[in-house]
Structures are given as C-alpha cells and as structure tokens.
Ligand binder design. Structure first.
Ligand code: HEM
Length: 466
C-alpha cells in the first residue's frame, strides 16, 4: 500500500513538474498586453515544432490566435506577424526601434561589422559603400561582363547526355561568380582553399551557438577564422603590389584614399563575407527552382527560349550579353520573380525591438524578436489568382515595385541592395542554359520548402544538347 502511495505521489509530482516546465516560459516572460500564443519549453520553446511543421505550424497558430501571436523560437521570445499591413510597417520603420534581429550564430560568424549587425548611421555608411560596389550602374559596366564570362566557363564542360546535380552546380556557380567579382586575379591561387573554409562558415551560421568541438557552430567559427586569414593575406599582397586590378577588392582598397565611404581592413573583410554570403544561397536556390519550374511548365519554357534565341539572333556567335540585352529580358525577369514567389526562397525576416513598444494594440517588450513572416502573402489568391500555379505572365502587367505587400527582396531601408545583381546573374545563367540544352529529370527527388528550399539528395537532370 505504501509503495502504491509513493508511486502515486511520484506520478503526481512528475505531472506537476511537467506542467510547470511546459508553462515556464509563459510564467517568466509574462507581461500585460502581450499578443496571444504559447511559448513552449524552457530554452527550446517551440523551435522543434516550428522547424518540423514549418508553414503548417504558422497556419495552425494563426487559426488559434490570429495574425499576430507570440511564440518562443530559436532561443528567443518571438512575436510572429503574418499581418501584411503590420509587416510593411515593421520593415519601413527601422528608425522606430525595429532593427534586424538575426540569430547570434549568424552574427558571430558573419562578423560584428557585417551590415545585418549594425543600424543607424553605421548601417547607412556600410550600405552606401556596398552600393558603390554592387549597385545597378556597376552591373552595367563592370559586373555583367564578368558574370557572362564565368557562367560560360561554368557551363563549358557540361557535356551532352551528362547527368548533373543542379543544386550542386548552382551553389558552385553562385560562389564562383561572387568570388571572381571580388578578386578575379587571385582566383586560381586561392579560390578552392577559400571555398573549403567558406562552406564551413555557411553551415555554422545557421546552427545553435554551442562552441564545442564537433558542433557546426565550432566548425563555422574555425571556417570564419581561416577565411579571414586568407582574405587578410590577400589584402596585404595587394597593398604591397604596384599592379592595379578591376575588381571589388581593388575598389575597396582604393577607397581608403579616394572616397567618403572608406572602410578599415576589418570592415573590408566583413563586407566581402557579407557579399558572398548574401548572394550565395539566394542566387543558387533561385537558379535551382527556376530549372525545376521550367521543366514542369513547358509553355513558360517555350516563351523563355523564344526570348533568348531572339537575343542570340541579334548577336555574333560568341558575343557576350550586355546591359541592353539584359534589359530586354522581360519574360526572364518575370520567370525569376515568379520563381521567388512560388518557391518562397525567403520565408520571412527577423527584427528585434530596441525599446518597449505597442504594435497593433499589443505590448511588445524591448529585446524581443519579431518574425516578419512574409511567406503567406506569396500565396494570397486575391493578389495572385491560382497562387500555386507557376505563371510568369502575371508579372508582365504588374511589376515588382507596384506590389505593396510583396517582400521578395525585403523592404524599407534594408531592401536588398543586390536585387538587380541577383536577377542579372540568374537571367544570364538561364540565357546560356536554355539556349544550349534541353533536359530530362532523373526523377524521384524531393525538394523541401522549409526552413529553407533544399533538395536533401540533390536535384539531378540529364542534359541534352540542342
Ligand atoms: C535572388 C537573389 C536575392 C534575393 C531573393 C535577396 C533577398 C534579400 C532580402 C529579402 C533582403 C532583406 C533582408 C532583411 O530585411 O533583413 C536582402 C538583403 C540583403 N541582400 Fe539580398 N537577395 C538576393 C541577392 C543578393 C545578392 C546577389 C547580394 C550581394 C551581392 C545581396 C546582398 C544583400 C545584402 C548585403 C542585404 C542586407 C541589406 C541591408 O541590411 O541593408 N542579395 N536580400
């Protein structure tokens, strides 16, 4: 009997402890006026459900609590906003204390002088420097010729009947293009060494910040250290050499005597890492998904080919693409935008509050994260009739700029400065790809949509030369 009572008491205590733990976050983070929602377990919060269920978790919470709710994800108390109007307000009002709130692992590995880690005047300064490197006028004269050269080089050994993994090839392409824009002359001597460290850095930037041997964070941090060492040596060599070059590094180094956006060496290194990092996954995923959607939508494929053969007919056989060619690619631009919308390459943007504030009538405490969840708007049937259909034509009547709630490239003062460069890179790739090949899917490979768009086992196709 005594044993039974003891077992029952233990069970009761266990149950009580379990319930207490499951409410722990809500108890210690309780404030008057917070949005509704649940906060999950201590430390882990609802991260597991968020990562496992992804968009379904968001939809479920929205059905229960409305378009603005609280949660606890990726180690922080977080307000999720699925309200288009509020999302717009947040992105357009950084000055009211709504600054970027990216995870610690990302900021540690990308550097303290990386653009997402700063705000106010420091942000304006770094952004102006960045625009002097990748803004539209630069694309025309300096960047597009190099994109053209290296995409052709990248495709040059893709033989007839070869099977390729488009995911692998497009990630290789994105880094190759980024690196050669920065330091073309040193490509053959340091690219592969650098790529190896950069790959570690990338994986570590999206991991739990546990700095113990064996973790992705630890390896990422080491990758960053080695990548920084390679870049520092490169800067020293360039400074010691009388030669001049026509690439971004030269521009960054020359700036220290010439322009008002001069950076010191540490800032130059973080700026280089930012450019490579920001353009890497976005450009490669868009290229991968464009190939997939075009394969599945032959009508769009025909229209795209028509546009690109039209351009080829105006040019000599090996003549590179120029700015006018790029500007004439109306349908290609629509394909890129429709790919970004349908695949939702960017699910949402993270912000954090620098002070207590009220949003939509709710109290949001200082230091809390806000997940500006922009995914759902991409599938709004009023804005995009038949939202699950790949329909590039919808972008021909209404361009990106006239979509008030469309955040494919973010919005406000953080609107992607690499937007035009990203579109130009994917468009150039599509130009050479669709004018050289037809392709067949090998088939059976899954492409995951959340938390990032990814083919876990690759996406393989068989190339057939036209
Ligand atoms: C298809 C390609 C691309 C997509 C979809 C894309 C998307 C975005 C989005 C949504 C943001 C806003 C982030 C925020 O508000 O927190 C952003 C910011 C940024 N992007 Fe892109 N991007 C692309 C290509 C590029 C490229 C090629 C580069 C550079 C070479 C680049 C550099 C940046 C940088 C530096 C920021 C931060 C700007 C700031 O904080 O002021 N992006 N991008």
């Amino acid at each position: 009997m005594e044993l039974l009572i003891m077992a029952a008491s233990l069970l009761f205590l266990g149950l009580f402890f379990f319930l207490f733990l499951s409410k722990w976050n809500e108890i210690i983070l309780k404030r008057e006026g917070l949005p509704p929602g649940t906060m999950g377990w201590p430390f882990f919060g609802e991260t597991n459900e968020f990562l496992k269920l992804g968009p379904d978790f968001m939809k479920r919470q929205r059905a229960r609590y409305g378009t603005v709710f609280k949660s606890h994800i990726l180690g922080s108390p977080t307000i999720v906003s699925m309200d288009p109007e509020l999302n717009r307000y947040i992105l357009l009002n950084e000055a009211k204390g709504l600054v970027p709130g990216y995870p610690k692992s990302m900021l540690d590995i990308l550097g303290t002088r990386n653009i997402a880690a700063v705000y106010g005047s420091k942000h304006k300064f770094l952004r102006s420097n960045l625009l002097s490197l990748i803004g539209a006028p630069l694309i025309k004269d300096r960047l597009l010729p190099r994109i053209d050269t290296y995409i052709r080089l990248h495709l040059s050994n893709w033989e007839d009947h070869m099977v390729i993994d488009v995911q692998q090839k497009s990630t290789d392409m994105a880094l190759l293009i980024g690196f050669t824009q920065i330091a073309e002359a040193e490509f053959s001597s340091i690219y592969y060494k650098f790529k190896c460290e950069f790959d570690k850095l990338l994986k570590g930037s999206l991991s739990l910040p546990i700095n113990l041997p064996g973790t992705s964070y630890y390896r990422g941090f080491k990758g960053r250290k080695n990548a920084v060492r390679i870049l520092r040596e490169l800067i020293e060599k360039r400074r010691a050499s009388p030669a001049t070059y026509d690439d971004m590094l030269e521009h960054l180094l020359r700036d220290d005597v010439e322009t008002k956006y001069a950076l010191n060496d540490e800032e130059i290194i973080d700026q280089i890492i930012t450019i490579l990092y920001s353009g890497y996954e976005t450009v490669s995923t868009t290229s991968l998904m464009a190939v997939k959607y075009l394969h599945d939508n032959q009508e769009a494929m025909q229209e795209l080919r028509h546009e690109h053969f039209g351009i080829r007919r105006r040019k000599a056989a090996e003549q590179p693409l120029d700015w006018d060619d790029y500007k004439s690619m109306r349908f290609t631009r629509a394909v890129v935008l429709e790919t970004l919308r349908l695949a939702t390459v960017i699910n949402g943007l993270l912000r954090k509050t620098t002070e207590d504030m009220k949003l939509n009538g709710f109290f949001i405490p200082k230091g809390w994260k806000i997940y500006v969840y922009t995914r759902e708007i991409n599938y709004d049937p009023i804005l995009y009739p038949e939202p699950l259909k790949f329909n590039p034509w919808r972008w021909l009547d209404k361009n990106l700029e006239s979509h008030n709630y469309c955040f494919l490239f973010g919005g406000g003062g953080r609107m992607c400065p690499g937007k035009e460069l990203g579109i130009a890179t994917v468009s150039t790739f599509l130009h050479y790809f669709v004018t050289t090949y037809r392709w067949e899917e090998i088939g059976g490979e899954k492409i995951e949509a959340f938390p990032r768009v990814e083919a876990p086992n690759g996406y393989h196709i068989k190339l057939l030369k036209l």
